[in-house]
Write a protein that binds this ligand. Structure first.
Ligand code: NAD
Length: 451
């Protein structure tokens, strides 16, 4: 474990000189504070240097006092083996996240998910509503001094507890808060869709590159175990080569006054909000990028919800290997979230539901010994949000590029723009051929795992 003097010589990037006194003042006095903080310093301060001084896996393990605990299994060996017990880092060594925007996703899913995280903790809140922010801060143990408004957000640069800003705002605000966070010397985890258009997404990537900060887009599906299994089956041709994929993500949208139905705030309607799950997941399953798209857009005339953004989009994707995908997304029909991959050796598989927050299930069928064997199972539920947040934390601790970086979000914007273009012109739109597999992805989660 490093001593505090070594920290004095390693100021955090973008945060000015970070001294021994700062550490002690910040965390209270005494040996306990010094011990905890030397852990944070060795795990994160070096990682933020952007390369040469990032801690190795060995350093991280040397700093981790949380040895995994083993218990005797309760069930016989014939049963599915018990998962290893969680071995979370001490809170003082975890990566601190500031959540910007205390709306539905933050309150219902993200803040509760931190209790399942092993490497991340909630360190600050950013909100336009001080009363709500204070209440939430009390609920999750965030000190009042770590509550920010949109106006004083930039002073977060002086808060050493925060390494990552998680942006959970309406889509049109993602760019502004990414740029402000990078300038404040913080890494960024940004909700999907990355922004409202590809030029804006490009600016977000450049801002983080210039500041030497990581940028990850919160594509939770790419960290979820059942979807990961479907990706493995696609790529290792478990039921033969996948030739065709069908995907649907629909929900009946309510209140016409909400920001999701305002073009300036949302960028578009069902396509960038929920259709993006079909698009991004199919790209993830195949590891390929489409070379051609077609799109059809329809909105019910005089429906007050669809004055500015579209209701329904049907789109098709053609991949270099010959795989064809057909996707349906709509804000005007009942909730349905699934996909199915049709393979050429007598089987199909997919998930239903596939894109929900909880209860995901593998769904499939295969011919075996002249019988059609139906599959309805799950590899086990894990909190998708916790997995995604922990991946970002692990990337910070180990100075790795996130699996779903800004480039992954930009590519979805480029493809969605081509889908809208096709719907407008009534013609297929060709896209640049990209030969590399997983061309826009960073380090796979399993290669960043600490435990
Ligand atoms: P929400 O409307 O519930 O919350 C938005 C928050 O932004 C609120 O706290 C609101 O006060 C604040 N805000 C600040 N300025 C605003 C403005 N000008 N207009 C409206 N709100 C403003 O939205 P949400 O459902 O939490 O979605 C936030 C982001 O998260 C969006 O980008 C959305 O696409 C994304 N999201 C992702 C998932 C997922 O599964 N990954 C799920 C839901 C939402």
């Amino acid at each position: 474990m490093k001593d505090l003097n070594s920290v004095t010589n390693s100021p955090m990037e973008g945060e000015g000189e970070y001294t021994r006194r700062d550490f002690l003042t910040h965390a209270g006095k005494g040996i306990l504070a010094a011990t905890v903080l030397s852990g944070i310093a060795s795990c994160t301060a070096d990682a933020q240097q952007g390369g040469s001084k990032s801690p190795t896996d060995k350093d991280i393990h040397a700093n981790s006092v949380t040895e995994p605990i083993e218990l005797k299994p309760l069930e016989d060996k014939t049963e599915k083996p018990q998962e290893p017990l969680p071995a979370p880092l001490e809170p003082g060594k975890r990566v601190g996240f500031a959540l910007v925007g205390l709306g539905n996703l933050t309150l219902a899913e993200l803040l509760p998910a931190f209790s399942n995280c092993q490497y991340a903790k909630v360190a600050a809140l950013v909100s336009g509503n001080p009363d709500k922010a204070k209440k939430v801060a009390r609920q999750y143990g965030v000190p009042e001094k770590s509550i920010y408004s949109y106006q004083n957000f930039d002073t977060i640069k002086n808060n050493p507890d925060v390494q990552v800003v998680y942006i959970v705002l309406p889509n049109s605000m993602h760019e502004e808060y990414t740029i402000r966070s990078a300038k404040a010397g913080k890494h960024v985890l940004c909700e999907k869709p990355m922004s409202t258009n590809s030029q804006s997404a490009q600016r977000m990537i450049e801002a983080c590159e210039q500041a030497g900060k990581k940028l990850m887009i919160a594509y939770r599906i790419q960290y979820e175990p059942n979807n990961k299994k479907a990706k493995e089956w696609t790529r290792n041709e478990k039921m033969g080569k996948v030739r065709v994929i069908d995907a649907t993500n629909t929900q009946n949208q309510g209140d016409p006054g909400q920001w999701r139905l305002k073009k300036a705030l949302a960028g578009g309607g069902s396509l960038p909000d929920i259709g993006i799950y079909c698009l991004n997941t199919i790209r993830y399953l195949l590891g390929e990028e489409p070379i051609q798209v077609t799109g059809t857009v329809f909105s019910t005339p005089n429906d007050p919800r669809f004055k500015e953004v579209e209701e329904t989009v049907l789109f098709q994707l053609q991949f270099p290997s010959g795989v064809l995908a057909h996707c349906t997304t709509s804000y005007g029909v009942h909730n349905s979230k699934w996909y199915r991959c049709y393979a050429d050796k007598g089987g199909y598989f997919g998930l239903d539901p596939a894109f929900a927050y909880h209860g995901l299930q593998m769904d499939g069928s295969q011919v075996q010994d002249e019988m059609e064997v139906k599959l309805k199972s799950s590899v086990g539920e894990k909190n998708q949000f916790a997995l995604e947040i922990d991946h970002m934390a692990q990337c910070v601790l180990q100075n790795k590029k996130p699996f779903t970086p800004g480039e992954e979000g930009l590519q979805d914007h480029i493809i969605m723009e081509a889908i809208y273009e096709s719907a407008k012109t009534g013609k297929p739109v060709k896209l640049k051929k990209i030969d590399k597999q997983d061309a826009f992805r960073g380090t796979p989660p399993e290669e960043v795992k600490l435990a």
